[in-house]
Design a protein around this ligand. Structure first.
Ligand code: FAD
Length: 399
C-alpha cells in the first residue's frame, strides 16, 4: 500500500510542509501520497490583515499543488486518533470522512483568545481571520455614515504587541481617509506593561515611542481591559473610553486540535517537538508552524508564532516526515537568525536583527524592506515544479 502523509492546514507551515515532502519524494523517485486538508486551497496572508483591501490578501494554492502532485481535500479536520493513525474530517456540505495516515503533520495554526473579558467576544473586532478582518474594514468604512461623536472618532486597540502596534499606527492615516482631515480622531493602545514595547530592546522601544508620538497614537500603559460593550471599554482601574471600535489583538493560542494529542504543551498550547519536529511521544506525528514549540538553536531560543518561523518549520516538518518513510536521515530543525520588521504606518517601519533586536533600518528604508517581505517573500512560489521544489528545500537560503 502507498504510504500516506496527511497535512492538516494550508497556511504558511502546511503549504511548505506539503511542497517539501513532495520534493523529497520526487528527488528519490518514490511514490508517497501527500494530502493537504484545509477549508480552502488558498494561503491567507495573515500578517497583512491590518491593511486595507483585506479581501485581496489571499493567494491560490491549487495550481501549485497540481504541478507538485499534492492532493488537496477541502474540509476541516475534527478528530485525530493517534492510536489507529486516523483522522476524521468534514466537508463544507457536512459529510464526514475518515482518513488513514502513516505520517500526520499538524499545521493548523493559531487563533486569538479573548479569555474571560466581559463583552470582548460580542463587541470587540479582531484581525485574526480573513472574515473578521473584513468585518473590521467594513465597520471602519461605515463610520463615515455615523454622526460625529467622540465614540465614532476613537479606536481602542487592546494589546500593544506586534499586531496591536501595526494596527494602531496604521489607523491615524486610515481614519483620516475615512472621516476627513478635520475629524478629531483618536487612537489609543491599552497595554498591560509599563511602557510601549516594554518586552523588547531599548532601541526598538525608542523607535516605537517616537513613531507613536509623531502619529499621535496614545498609549495607556499599566492598563487592563475589564469589559467591553457597545459604548466602549472599561479599564480595571475604572476609567472608561468611549469608542465604537474596539480591536482585540492579544491572547493568541495554538489551534484546538493540539489538545487531542496526549503530549506536553507550552502555555500557548503549542506541542513540544523534537529537533526533527516530531511531537514528543508520538514519532509518527509532526507539529509545525504556530502549533509547534520548537527550539531554534542550542541557546534556549524557541520559534515564535510568526511566518518567519512557520515557513521554515513547515519545510523541515515536510522533509522529515517524508524522510522517515524513505529511510533517509532527517534534518534537525535549526533557525539561528531572527529578524523583526514592523510596519509603523505613515512613519515608516523598523527592521531589527537578532533576539536582542538591534535596530538596523528605520523609516522609509525599513518600509521598503517590509513591503518586499509581505508582498513577495512570504507568498507562495510560482506554480512551477522546479521553482517550488528548489525553494522548498529546508536548506535553501532563507532570511
Ligand atoms: C494580524 C496578524 C499579523 C501578523 N503579523 C505578522 C508579521 O508581521 N510577521 C510574522 O512573521 N508573522 C505575523 N503574524 C503571524 C503569522 O501570520 C502566523 O505565525 C502564521 O500565519 C502561522 O502559520 P501557520 O501555517 O502555522 O498557521 P496559519 O497561517 O494560521 O494557517 C493555518 C491553516 O490551518 C487551517 N486549519 C485550521 N484549523 C483546521 C482544521 N481543524 N482542519 C483543517 N485545517 C485547519 C487554516 O484554515 C489554515 O489553512 C501575524 C498574524 C496576525 C493574525
Amino acid at each position: 500500500m502507498r504510504k500516506q502523509i496527511v497535512i492538516v492546514g494550508a497556511g504558511f507551515a502546511g503549504m511548505w510542509a506539503a511542497l517539501s515532502a513532495a520534493r523529497l519524494a520526487d528527488k528519490h523517485q518514490q511514490a508517497i501520497d501527500i494530502t493537504v486538508i484545509a477549508p480552502q486551497p488558498e494561503l491567507r496572508v495573515r500578517p497583512r490583515f491590518y491593511e486595507k483591501d483585506v479581501q485581496t490578501l489571499v493567494a491560490p494554492l491549487q495550481p501549485l499543488f497540481d504541478v507538485t502532485g499534492v492532493k488537496f481535500l477541502p474540509g476541516t479536520v475534527e478528530q485525530i486518533l493517534p492510536g489507529c493513525k486516523q483522522i476524521s474530517w468534514k466537508e463544507a456540505s457536512g459529510e464526514t470522512h475518515q482518513c488513514r495516515y502513516d505520517r500526520l503533520i499538524l499545521a493548523s495554526g493559531s487563533q486569538i483568545n479573548r479569555g474571560s473579558v466581559a463583552g470582548a467576544a460580542e463587541y470587540a473586532f479582531d484581525l485574526d481571520r480573513l472574515e473578521s478582518a473584513v468585518r473590521l474594514e467594513q465597520h471602519l468604512k461605515s463610520l463615515s455614515d455615523q454622526a460625529e461623536s467622540e465614540a465614532r472618532n476613537t479606536v481602542v486597540v487592546c494589546g500593544g504587541g506586534f499586531t496591536g502596534i501595526e494596527m494602531a499606527l496604521e489607523l491615524p492615516g486610515r481614519l483620516r481617509e475615512i472621516l476627513g482631515h478635520d475629524a478629531k480622531t483618536r487612537v489609543v493602545v491599552v497595554e498591560r506593561g509599563a511602557e510601549p514595547g516594554g518586552r523588547w530592546s531599548k532601541a526598538l522601544r525608542e523607535v516605537i515611542g517616537e513613531a507613536s508620538a509623531e502619529l499621535g497614537v496614545e498609549w495607556l500603559v499599566n492598563a487592563e481591559v475589564e469589559s467591553v460593550n457597545a459604548s466602549g471599554v472599561t479599564l480595571k482601574d475604572g476609567r472608561t473610553l468611549a469608542s465604537q471600535t474596539v480591536i482585540w489583538t492579544v491572547g493568541v493560542q495554538a489551534n484546538g486540535l493540539t489538545t487531542q494529542i496526549d503530549a506536553p504543551r507550552d502555555r500557548q498550547g503549542r506541542l513540544h517537538v523534537t529537533t526533527e519536529l516530531q511531537v514528543v511521544g508520538h514519532p509518527e506525528i509532526y507539529a509545525t508552524g504556530d502549533v509547534a514549540y520548537a527550539a531554534t538553536d542550542d541557546k534556549g531560543n524557541h520559534a515564535l508564532m510568526t511566518c518567519q518561523h512557520a515557513i521554515l518549520l513547515g519545510k523541515f516538518a515536510g522533509n522529515n516526515a517524508a524522510a522517515s518513510l524513505l529511510d533517509i536521515a532527517p534534518l534537525p530543525y535549526r533557525q539561528e537568525m531572527y529578524v523583526t520588521c514592523l510596519d509603523l504606518g505613515a512613519w515608516g517601519a523598523v527592521y531589527t536583527e537578532g533576539w536582542d533586536q538591534q535596530v538596523k533600518l528605520t523609516r522609509e528604508e525599513a518600509k521598503k524592506l517590509k513591503m518586499s517581505i509581505v508582498s513577495e517573500l512570504i507568498y507562495p512560489p510560482k506554480a512551477e515544479k522546479a521553482v517550488a521544489f528548489e525553494i522548498a528545500d529546508p536548506l535553501a537560503p532563507f532570511v
